[in-house]
Design a binder for this molecule. Structure first.
Ligand code: NDP
Length: 239
């Protein structure tokens, strides 16, 4: 029987690459998105999955999505918490509104989606949850204090939940990407990108497929004894 994977923020960037890879691995992907309907529907068409709009920061919308998916596809065996946003600026220049939104999406979204899928996973005594943090959640970034703190929270969430639900047969892991070329990083100047590349031991910037490969591994039977771990996919930028 095919397994179902919910990928939050699956309409573009890393999430879209993850959906394509998981479909090749035999999962039916559920492509969650916020507003990029056409792009999400294209990913769904390319993967044999379904697209569903829900703001991950809103528990009601998340529950609607999960209930619909459960009815249509009979449950979710893999949750990829990928949806995220970033704001760059000095700590005091980030507004309270931006701070709240960043926290609500990047941390609240992870909690909401997990809260929604976990009861079924516990009942089934099986499941896998993979969350996308960031290398800045591991080492901190100047001018991205709020983002770094939120991504650190995702690492703490992973480690604690892995301990709590391991006895229920559920694995919880985390990926901390380095600089990956997507819409999120399209605002970086050529000079900054060159600097980042020069500081990367493997001498290149990352692409969404680099992250999709790591998700695919964590989701596979080959990772059945791995939980509570954070894997850095960053070309050696953070070691
Ligand atoms: P993109 O900006 O390219 O894509 C973001 C995705 O998240 C889109 O699918 C977007 O949907 C979705 N999304 C945003 N807010 C919400 C929301 N409230 N509810 C549901 N979906 C939402 O980002 P990336 O692909 O670059 O990043 C993906 C993840 O990887 C993020 O968590 C990011 O923090 C993390 N990451 C990225 C790095 C990078 O260098 N790119 C490095 C480290 C971590 P829509 O299209 O509808 O707007």
């Amino acid at each position: 029987m095919k397994k179902t994977a919910l990928i939050t923020g699956g309409s573009r960037g890393i999430g879209a690459a993850v959906a394509l890879k998981l479909a090749r691995d035999g999962f039916i992907p559920v492509i969650n998105y916020l507003s990029s309907r056409e792009r999400a529907e294209k990913v769904a068409a390319d993967t044999g999955g379904i697209a569903f709009s829900a703001d991950v920061s809103d528990m009601e919308q998340v529950m609607d999505m999960i209930n619909t998916v459960n009815k249509k596809l009979g449950g979710i065996s893999l949750l990829v918490n990928n949806a995220g946003i970033s704001y760059t600026g000095l700590f005091n220049d980030i507004t309270l509104q931006q701070e709240k939104r960043l926290w609500d999406v990047n941390v609240g979204g992870v909690f909401n989606c997990t809260r929604a899928v976990l009861p079924d996973m516990i009942r089934n005594k099986a499941g896998s949850i993979i969350s996308i943090s960031s290398m800045w959640g591991q080492v901190g970034a100047s001018c991205e204090v709020h983002y770094s703190a939120a991504k650190s929270a995702v690492i703490g969430f992973t480690k604690a939940l892995a301990k709590e639900v391991g006895p229920s047969g559920i694995r919880v892991n985390c990926i901390a990407p380095g600089m990956i070329m997507t819409d999120m990083t399209s605002g970086y100047t050529e000079d900054v990108l060159c600097e980042l590349k020069d500081e990367t031991p493997l001498e290149r910037l990352g692409c969404p497929d680099d992250i999709a490969e790591a998700v695919s591994f964590f989701a596979s039977e080959g990772a059945s004894f791995i939980t509570g771990q954070v894997i850095g996919v960053n070309g050696g930028f953070v070691i």
